[in-house]
Design a protein around this ligand. Structure first.
Ligand code: SAM
Length: 232
């Protein structure tokens, strides 16, 4: 793992206890709805297999479970603390939770019907490699669905950037007692590439039918793509 990945891992291990609360406050409760939308767009078949990477406290995986009671759902993350928290949630027992670094997954080629992730890409050191891993483990025709933050743009850019610059570190200090961790989350959001570039990277990883929808004044985005069906 790169030094940056190790730092990110340490940060998420530190903020686990406050993560859900701050996430809910920052998105004014929208995060839960976006997780349901990601799960719906993944369209995993009733007995299919879904992999949720960077599962964190497990919200996307659990939303997928509520939609598809008989699907096999695997949630992976490289923060053991986040995984511990995910395991305590209602419904968590029917999901497999595992340690994994998104740059190098242990799963076989073409073994999942859908791959989802929330707020992974802006945290990793090698986005093309992470997307290539996802393309590898997906079955032909399988879907990837991504929830990510997006840097604010247009007339709202200055106001949203300034708001995040104040609110995130403040919430970090008051709720988590960890101003630095939430300053990192603010910087990584404002410094991340816009959705059109993420969509390009998803296409470059071999996906087709790539699209996205901005959310919440354009500060969040849900992106999707499909691994091409096998040709004979
Ligand atoms: C902001 S949290 C998002 C959690 C969840 N997906 C959600 O939507 O609430 C980001 C998660 O990505 C995980 N993560 C970051 N880089 C990772 C990597 N290289 N491999 C696996 N997990 C990673 C962190 O440990 C953390 O749990």
């Amino acid at each position: 793992m790169s030094e940056r990945d190790t730092q990110v891992q340490g940060l998420f291990n530190r903020i686990t206890a406050s993560y859900d609360r701050i996430n809910g406050l920052m998105t004014l409760g929208h995060h839960a709805r976006w997780c349901r939308e990601v799960a719906a767009r993944a369209g995993v078949p009733p007995r299919g297999r879904l992999l949720d990477i960077a599962t964190g406290t497990g919200e996307i995986a659990l939303a997928a479970r509520r939609r598809e009671p008989r699907a096999e759902i695997v949630g992976v993350d490289f923060s053991e603390k986040m995984l511990e928290e995910a395991r305590t949630k209602p419904g968590a027992k029917s999901i497999t939770w595992e340690f994994a670094d998104a740059h190098s997954l242990r799963f076989e080629d073409a073994s999942f019907d859908a791959v989802t992730h929330g707020y992974l890409l802006r945290n990793v050191s090698d986005v093309p490699r992470v997307l290539a891993e996802q393309a590898r483990v997906l079955k032909p025709g399988g879907r990837v669905v991504v929830l990510e933050t997006a840097p604010p743009r247009g007339v709202l850019r200055l106001a949203v950037s300034a708001g995040m610059g104040v609110v995130l570190p403040l919430l970090g200090r008051l709720v988590a007692g960890d101003r630095d961790a939430y300053s990192y989350l603010k910087d990584s959001t404002l410094g991340f590439v816009p959705p059109e570039r993420v969509a390009e990277l998803v296409r470059e990883a071999g996906f087709e039918d790539v699209g996205y929808e901005r959310k919440y004044l354009g500060t969040n985005v849900i992106l999707w793509g499909r691994k091409p069906a096998a040709t004979n």
